[in-house]
Write a protein that binds this ligand. Structure first.
Ligand code: NAD
Length: 344
């Protein structure tokens, strides 16, 4: 089982951890931006400045060539079965390095140090690793939990507001689907979180919810699908508009609320509460450049579709989800209503 630590000063604590000596060697895979921003400060006690594998920033790096390069590098560094890989970066680096760790010599130990809010509340939690193939996201991957995930909030000081928003929307996603009380508490503090305050409490609460889901359904047979709330239409919106992942998921949540009122008896009141939280983060969405047809087509290509219908995670209440199979006419109606609402 993965040990998860959340707090401040954790990088220095890891550097002093005698337990690391049990590995035959340690290899660091670091996001290049993180190395630039934190290499001489936070990471200084942990990493030899000349001996890490730097991953250029960006989603593009999550590809099969990068994996091959990383594996070769590990081999060149004489990494063996008892070596440890430490991944330091956002979801791109923890996904890529986790995938590499799961295949190098049929699997070596790894530790993740997520450095973005997305990474700390979501991407580094739960033991899924992935890379993209061509335009298809996360189509190749493994279930391969790290030994430890260390969420040191000191990394988060260098995030831009837009990066914080990306993480906050993933937190909203899981609260809305799993925990009404947590939703109320944490959405009331979104302003503080956006200013970088009190993030440890938010991260602890969101991580606890995700861990509970993952422990009950580690291989995504059923319950774990709840984590796709807002992501079905969100991914399609992202692919078409090129908007940020956070904004795209926000759009996906708004659309799922519309469907939830129609198909899952979500009350206006609960719908309004979730809607307001999302819109306090993102005010403007694409209108004219997306159509129900283009979104639908994109979703059908996605792995979540079956038989001309698309499965959506919907809300019955704030904090309680259900999964419904949605046909095109239902989707198109919800889309038109969402769009009207967005443009109003
Ligand atoms: P990312 O890793 O691309 O990081 C976003 C940007 O932030 C990058 O430019 C990076 O260089 C920069 N950055 C990282 N740490 C920083 C810091 N401390 N200060 C300033 N800048 C910093 O993206 P992300 O949003 O962290 O993660 C998104 C990825 O996570 C996607 O590829 C997604 O598929 C994946 N993901 C995986 C899972 C999973 O279960 N495996 C879950 C959710 C998301």
């Amino acid at each position: 089982e993965t040990k998860i630590e959340i707090g401040s000063g954790l990088v220095a604590k890891l550097a002093a951890d005698a337990g690391l000596k049990s590995y035959s060697s340690i290899h660091f895979v670091v996001d290049a931006n993180v190395a630039r921003l934190h290499g001489n400060t936070l990471l200084e006690p942990l990493i030899d400045a000349k001996k890490f594998y730097a991953v250029p920033p960006g989603e593009k790096q999550k590809n099969i060539k990068s994996v091959a390069k990383l594996l070769r590098w590990l081999h060149d560094q004489n990494a063996d079965r008892k070596s440890l890989l430490i991944a330091i970066g956002g979801g791109v680096v923890t996904d890529l390095a986790g995938f590499g760790a799961s295949t190098y010599m049929r699997g070596i130990a790894y530790i993740s140090l997520p450095t973005t809010l997305v990474g700390q509340v979501d991407a580094a939690i739960g033991g899924k690793t992935a890379i993209n193939l061509g335009g298809t996201k996360n189509i190749a991957g493994t279930f391969y939990p790290p030994k430890r995930v260390i969420c040191d909030r000191d990394f988060l000081a260098t995030l831009k507001k837009s990066q914080l928003r990306d993480g906050l929307v993933e937190a909203i996603k899981i609260f809305a689907a799993r925990d009404n009380a947590g939703f109320r508490i944490h959405t009331a503090r979104l302003g503080d979180y956006l200013n970088g305050n009190d993030l440890t409490q938010l991260i602890s609460a969101a991580v606890a919810l995700k861990v509970e889901v993952v422990n009950r359904d580690p291989f995504e047979k059923d319950l774990r699908r709840v984590l796709n709330f807002g992501h079905t239409a969100g991914h399609a919106y992202e692919a078409i508009t090129g908007h940020s992942h956070g904004k795209s998921v926000a759009f996906g949540i708004l659309l799922a609320l519309e469907l939830s009122r129609k198909l899952a008896k979500l009350s206006e009141r609960d719908s309004d509460v979730v809607d307001a939280a999302v819109r306090s983060l993102y005010q403007r969405f694409a209108g004219k450049e997306i159509t129900s047809e283009s979104l639908w087509e994109r979703m059908l290509h996605d792995k979540k579709s079956s038989g001309g219908k698309v499965n959506f995670v919907l809300l019955k209440k704030c904090g309680e989800h259900t999964v419904k199979s949605v046909d095109y006419s239902q989707f198109a109606r919800a889309f038109e209503q969402t769009r009207e609402m967005l443009e109003a």
